[in-house]
Design a protein. Structure first.
Length: 262
């Protein structure tokens, strides 16, 4: 009898383990599909993701190969590239209205700041996120798309206790110089208690706050690069009917103003 009970316990344990593994695989695929489906609606850009892994037992996970493409009209391949991001969340919160994330660490992101001295890609994405978060003018509905249900289920909200971005770089690309620019080291960015003192924040609001922090960090590091960009402008315009000096002034003022807009 004892042997039978022991064997039954072993079978139960094996079934539970297999169920957890299967559920984890399904959840990983669901998260990846969700990011690639919902993300573009918020940023109005293409978003690709290589893989997601999340442990339902520990709440630890990793995101690999995240790429946020640029809005239409910009020439560089992407606005944001993330090799690896790790996170830890409260597993039980996945079943609640607010998902509680203890920490997110983004390692070595590659940010592209593309500008033609009139507009830039980060500001455009920020404007799209602002509209998605309810702080801007939304695009008119497409009559060719089916109407949304009147009583849709409320979207999940988030609480992020610690958000760290480390080891990042910013590639400044000035399209009026044929894509010429320079690369900056992005300072460490740390955000805390996002959505903690409320019912949580939406995915759009979370993305907007993170991108605002990235843009502000780029602003703080841009002053030392203006001279280098100006030299590039001078070289680029040497043979443009003697207008090099004037172009340098425009680049100095334009880059500064564009960063301030972020």
């Amino acid at each position: 009898m004892k042997k039978l009970i022991f064997r039954l316990l072993i079978v139960v344990v094996v079934v539970v383990v297999l169920a957890v593994v299967a559920l984890s695989l399904f959840l990983d695929r669901a998260i990846k599909a969700g990011i690639e489906a919902v993300g573009p609606k918020l940023t109005q850009t293409d978003i690709k993701l290589d893989s997601v892994s999340l442990s339902l037992l520990s709440g630890a996970g990793k995101i690999k190969g995240l790429v946020v493409r640029n809005p239409e009209g910009f020439k560089t391949p992407s606005a944001i590239k993330v090799g690896t991001a790790s996170l830890t969340l409260v597993p039980s919160s996945l079943l609640s209205d607010k998902i509680v994330v203890k920490s997110i660490t983004v390692e070595g992101p590659e940010i592209t700041f593309e500008t033609d001295l009139h507009a830039n890609n980060l500001s455009k994405i920020l404007a799209n996120l602002q509209a998605a978060a309810g702080g801007g003018t939304a695009e008119p509905p497409n009559p060719q798309q089916p109407a949304q249900p009147k009583e849709a289920k409320p979207a999940k909200k988030f609480e992020v206790d610690n958000f760290l971005i480390t080891g990042g770089k910013v590639q400044v690309s000035v399209t009026t110089l044929g894509g010429g620019g320079t690369t900056l080291a992005l300072p460490e960015i740390r955000l805390q208690d996002l959505g903690k003192d409320s019912n949580g924040i939406t995915a759009a609001e979370l993305a907007k706050r993170v991108l605002e922090a990235i843009a502000n960090a780029a602003t703080q590091t841009s002053s030392g690069t203006v001279a280098d960009i100006s030299k590039g402008a001078l070289y680029f315009t040497k043979e443009q009917k003697g207008e090099g000096t004037n172009t340098v002034g425009k680049v100095n003022k334009g880059i500064g103003d564009l960063f301030k807009k972020n």
